[in-house]
Design a protein around this ligand. Structure first.
Ligand code: 6PG
Length: 465
C-alpha cells in the first residue's frame, strides 16, 4: 500500500493529471480498464511513455489498483460523465474501506453529484465532486479545480489538488473548497455557460470584423490589439486560430459551421430556468449553437428568404471592441448572479470572490476582467453596483448600441451582443411591461394581480368583461 493517490480513467484529462501529480512528486497509482480488442495494457503502456511516471504504479485490475493505495484511499475518477460514473462506483465499492474518498473530476450534473454523495455516505464512503477546467494542457500544467463535499474529506485531498492546480498572481492555488456537495459541479457548469458566451461573443465580433473587410490575418491582428484592454485566454486562442493557414487558405475558412456541445451549456440553461434566474446570454449562446446545427435548413431558407444587406456597416473597429467589452461585463454579471442565487436557494454559502479568484488562472475563462472581479466581489455580490463597472458600462453602451443596430440593418447575426443590451435595458427599467402580462393573466385565468396603489400586497381580481 504505497501510493498516496489513485487516478481512475486514463483518457486525455486523466493522463495529464497523472503526469501533473507525478511531476509534483506524488506517489500515484493509475488504472484503466482493459479495453476489449486491444492487446496492450493502457495504464502500463502509458507509464512506459513518460519518465516522470517511473515510480507510478499501473493497473488494469481494480482490486490490485485499490489495494495499492494508502488508507483512507483517495481515488479520483476521470471517466465520461453520466452513467459511467455510477458503473465505476459500483465496480469500486466492494474493494473500498470505510472513510475512503472518491473524487469525481468530470463534468457531472450537480444533482447527480448530490445523489451519489448521499448514496456513498450511507455506505461510509466520502465523495467529492469537483469541477476541473483547463483542457489537456491545463490538466498537465495546472488546472483550475473546484471541489465540493464534506470539508474534512476535502482537507484529506487538499494537499494533492492544491499542489497540482494553477496558481493565481499571488501564488495561491486556483483550487479552493467551494462548498457542500454538488456546489463544485454547479459552479463548473456555470463556468462552462460563461465560456459558451465568451466564445459566442468572439465568434460574433469576428463576423463583424469580416464584414468590415478584414481577412482572417486582419481579424487576428485586430484581436491581438485588443489584448491591452480586454485580455483573456479565449481572446488569445482566437487570435491564433485566425492566423492558422493550411495551404493557401486559412484553416478557419474550411471548418464546417456546425457547433458541437457536450451538454453543460444545456444544463446551465436548464438550471437557470429552474432557479428562475434570467441567464439570457447563456441560453442565447447555447441556442446559437443549436441554430448552427440546422445547416441544411439554413442553406434551404437562405435561398427562400434572402437577407437584405442593404446598407454598409458604418462602425469603427474600436466600437466593436467596446461592444465586446460591454457584453462581457453583462455575461459575467449573469454568470455570477446564477451562482449567487443557487447559493441562496441551496444554502451553499458560496464565496464569489474566491470563485472568481480560482478562475483567474488555469481555466478556460481566465481573463483580466476575472481578476478585477476578485476584489469587486469582496465588496458586493452584484457587480453592476460597483462604481467602476457602472462607469464602464455607461461608457461602453453607446458603442454596443451602435454596433448592434448597424448589424441589424445589415442582417448580421449577433444574438449575444444584442441580448447584452436588451438585458441591461430590462434590468434597469423602472416600470416594466409586466403589468400587461399580469392583466392578461387575470383576464383569462383569474390569476389576480398586485396593485402599485395598494401597499398591503393583497391580490386583486377584476371582472374584465
Ligand atoms: C473546461 C471546458 C471543458 C468542456 C469542453 C467542452 O473548462 O476545460 O469547459 O470542461 O467540457 O470545453 O465543452 P462543449 O463540448 O460543451 O463545448
Amino acid at each position: 500500500n504505497t501510493s498516496e493517490f489513485g487516478l481512475f480513467g486514463l483518457g486525455v484529462m486523466g493522463k495529464s493529471l497523472c503526469r501533473n501529480l507525478a511531476n509534483n512528486g506524488f506517489k500515484i497509482s493509475m488504472f484503466n480498464r482493459h479495453v476489449d480488442g486491444i492487446e496492450v495494457d493502457v495504464a502500463k503502456n502509458f507509464k512506459a511513455q513518460y519518465s516522470e511516471l517511473s515510480q507510478a504504479q499501473a493497473f488494469d485490475d481494480i482490486s490490485e489498483f485499490v489495494n495499492s493505495l494508502q488508507q483512507p484511499r483517495r481515488i479520483m475518477l476521470m471517466v465520461n460523465a453520466g452513467k459511467t460514473i455510477d458503473y465505476v462506483i459500483e465496480d469500486l465499492l466492494p474493494h473500498l474501506s470505510e472513510n475512503d474518498i472518491i473524487i469525481d473530476g468530470g463534468n457531472s450534473n450537480y444533482k447527480k453529484t448530490k445523489e451519489r454523495y448521499d448514496y456513498l455516505k450511507a455506505k461510509g464512503i466520502r465523495f467529492i465532486g469537483t469541477g476541473v477546467s483547463g483542457g489537456e494542457e491545463g490538466a498537465l500544467k495546472g488546472p483550475s479545480i473546484m471541489p465540493s463535499g464534506d470539508k474534512d474529506a476535502y482537507d484529506k485531498v487538499a494537499p494533492f489538488l492544491e499542489t497540482i492546480s494553477a496558481k493565481d498572481k499571488n501564488g495561491l492555488p486556483c483550487c479552493t473548497y467551494v462548498g457542500p456537495e454538488g456546489s463544485g459541479q454547479f459552479i463548473k457548469m456555470v463556468h462552462n455557460g460563461v465560456e459558451y458566451v465568451e466564445m459566442q461573443l468572439l465568434a460574433e465580433v469576428s463576423t463583424i470584423l469580416e464584414a468590415l473587410g478584414q481577412n482572417p490575418d486582419g481579424i487576428s491582428q485586430t484581436l491581438e490589439s485588443w489584448k491591452n484592454s480586454a485580455n483573456s485566454y479565449l481572446l488569445e486562442i482566437t487570435t491564433s486560430i485566425f492566423k492558422k493557414k493550411e495551404g493557401n487558405d486559412w484553416l478557419v475558412n474550411k471548418i464546417l459551421d456546425k457547433a458541437g456541445n457536450k451538454g453543460t451549456g444545456n444544463w446551465t440553461t436548464i438550471a437557470s430556468a429552474e432557479l428562475g434566474v434570467p441567464s439570457t446570454l447563456i441560453s442565447s449562446a447555447l441556442f446559437s449553437r443549436y441554430i448552427s446545427f440546422y445547416k441544411e435548413e439554413r442553406l434551404q431558407l437562405s435561398e427562400l428568404i434572402e437577407t437584405e444587406n442593404t446598407s454598409e456597416l458604418n462602425i469603427t473597429t474600436n466600437a466593436v471592441l467596446e461592444a465586446y467589452q460591454f457584453a462581457r461585463i453583462i455575461n459575467h454579471y449573469q454568470g455570477f448572479k446564477l451562482i449567487s442565487e443557487a447559493s441562496i436557494k441551496f444554502e451553499w454559502n458560496l464565496n464569489l470572490s474566491e470563485i472568481a479568484r480560482i478562475w483567474t488562472n488555469g481555466c478556460i475563462i481566465r481573463s483580466t476582467l476575472m481578476e478585477e472581479l476578485v476584489s469587486i466581489f469582496k465588496e458586493t455580490t452584484n457587480i453592476l453596483t460597483n462604481t467602476e463597472l457602472i462607469e464602464q458600462v455607461k461608457q461602453l453602451k453607446p458603442s454596443a448600441k451602435k454596433v448592434v443596430s448597424q448589424c441589424l440593418l445589415n442582417d448580421l447575426t449577433t444574438p449575444a451582443l444584442s441580448e447584452a443590451i436588451q438585458f441591461l435595458n430590462g434590468i434597469t427599467t423602472k416600470y416594466a411591461s409586466a403589468n400587461v402580462i399580469q392583466a392578461q393573466r387575470d383576464y383569462f385565468g383569474a390569476h389576480t394581480y398586485l396593485r402599485l396603489d395598494d401597499p398591503s400586497g393583497k391580490p386583486h381580481h377584476t371582472n374584465w368583461v
